[in-house]
Design a protein around this ligand. Structure first.
Ligand code: CS2
Length: 453
């Protein structure tokens, strides 16, 4: 391998997705030799523990219908656990560092229902107190890590920088900007003003199906490559990145690796969230209730496939990209979901439904209801999620599901559905036609529960 490229970017939230996506694009850009990452993990140091002894190198295995294709990715010049806050401040303060990419999950933004930083969460108030007493003290939430990294940059006079969000949220750049500025405002209003005037918050739509690493993958890498990799990454052949930002301090030429630089990401982001991610969530709950473990198994079940087609038809009516393109996109999605070489567990996708369903189903539900229709595909996703909260299918793993879990388990199904819908959007549970449709779909998913109710 050539030597690691110089650190000119930071990544927050090194997980498999980052290593299959932003790191892949960076490693494949024509100026890859100039752009290295200082990567920081999320809460768990598992990946930095695995990658540090490998000098940040890892094997990315692209798993297509034509077999497994391993390649070594070398752009992670440094890999740090999140707890190494000094290293984060040092990287932010370096004028050569031009971009910070983030994959901190939908819940990592810590947004309240109004899109502002949610100061009712302890992690936020704790971080505000910590940073308020010492701007270099270790904070843990993503908005705080970014805001205080920017404080270090400002103190060093290192100038403008781009924060580039790569999470599955609509208008993710604006979402990041708001919570970072809210955090800074709570700690130091001058810092907030500096961020607002200086920092570029770029938006992007990211796409590449990337499951968790399994022991079988590590064994496969050893068989194919002859080396032992403590943390290889499986991914699919398809990848897409659509980016809008100013990049005042520069960026890798990602477009030479196939990324699209545009003025407006929204049409792409809408299509990807509503079609790919929305049907993923539908399959995660409905498919696991029907006994499936993976996306491939679920999409090959004609009943699930029928629900996905309904769901896609409802969402597609409201997409702004040309309909012919959307048809091709849906066909490609079926192929991607059916990929027999990728084992994408439904239980992984089922995580954090209380946050994901809001962005993946509510826009379509609102549009369809406004047009006087009851969207049965979306109702199926809500029915399956409600049953999942009542213990069916994939286990619940969702830090913010408290109110929805309480609502879902508070009585017979017909009584709880309106309450569950209200946790997604206040007032949604008063839509009697939608509630009736959710109950009909729940009966198809699990006749027993409905009769018992
Ligand atoms: C999935 C996404 O886990 C999930 O919620 O829907 O991670 C999905 O695989 C990616 O967005 C694909 O680009």
């Amino acid at each position: 391998m050539p030597p690691a490229p110089p650190v000119r970017m930071i990544h927050l939230g090194i997980g498999n997705f980052h290593r299959a996506h932003q790191a892949w694009y960076t490693a494949h850009a024509e100026d890859a030799a100039d752009w290295g990452y200082a990567g920081f993990t999320g809460n768990s140091p598992r990946i930095s523990d695995a990658l540090a002894p490998q000098d940040g190198l890892y094997t990315l295995v692209t798993q297509g219908a034509d077999g497994d294709h391993p390649e070594v990715i070398g752009c992670l010049a440094e890999v740090h656990p999140a707890a190494d806050h000094e290293a984060l401040l040092t990287a932010f303060a370096d004028p050569k560092v031009a971009v910070v990419t983030i994959t901190v999950t939908e819940q990592g933004y810590l947004r309240g229902p109004d899109g502002r930083l949610d100061t009712s969460q302890d992690v936020v108030t704790d971080d505000i107190a910590t940073a308020g007493s010492d701007p270099r003290a270790a904070v843990v939430s993503a908005p705080a890590r970014i805001a205080m990294g920017l404080a270090a940059r400002r103190a060093a006079g290192a100038g403008a920088i781009t924060i580039l969000s790569c999470d599955n949220l609509p208008a993710n750049g604006e979402a990041a900007r708001q919570v970072v500025i809210d955090f800074a405002e709570a700690v130091d209003p001058e810092l907030a003003a500096w961020i607002a005037a200086t920092v570029d918050f770029a938006t992007s739509m990211v796409d590449r199906i990337t499951p968790a690493t399994t022991p079988a993958l590590a064994a496969r890498v050893e068989e194919l490559c002859g080396w032992v990799d403590a943390s290889p990454v499986p991914t699919e052949p398809f990848h897409e990145w659509v980016v809008a930002g100013r990049f005042p301090a520069g960026r890798p030429r990602w477009e030479t690796a196939g990324a699209r630089m545009v003025d407006d990401v929204e049409p792409y982001e809408q299509r990807k969230l509503w079609l790919l991610n929305g049907s993923h969530s539908l399959l995660a709950y409905a498919g696991s209730i029907r006994g499936h473990e993976t996306v491939e198994q679920a999409i090959k079940d004609p009943v699930c496939r029928g629900w996905v087609e309904l769901f896609w038809a409802e969402a597609s009516r409201h997409l702004v990209l040309p309909q012919e393109e959307n048809v091709a996109y849906r066909q490609a999605l079926v192929e991607r979901f059916e990929n027999p070489n990728i084992r994408h567990n439904l239980a992984q996708i089922a995580h954090d439904g209380s946050t994901k369903l809001v962005v993946r189903t509510l826009p379509t539900i609102r549009e369809e209801r406004a047009a006087g229709r009851v969207p049965r595909g979306c109702a199926t996703a809500l029915a399956a999620w409600t049953l999942h909260l009542r213990g069916l299918g994939a286990p619940v793993a969702d830090r913010l599901a408290g109110p929805a879990l309480e609502a879902a388990t508070s009585g017979p199904l017909d009584a709880v559905v309106p309450k569950v819908l209200d946790t997604l959007a206040p007032g949604l549970g008063s839509d009697t036609a939608l509630v009736a449709c959710v109950l009909e779909q729940a009966a198809l998913l699990d006749p027993e529960v409905v009769q018992a109710g």
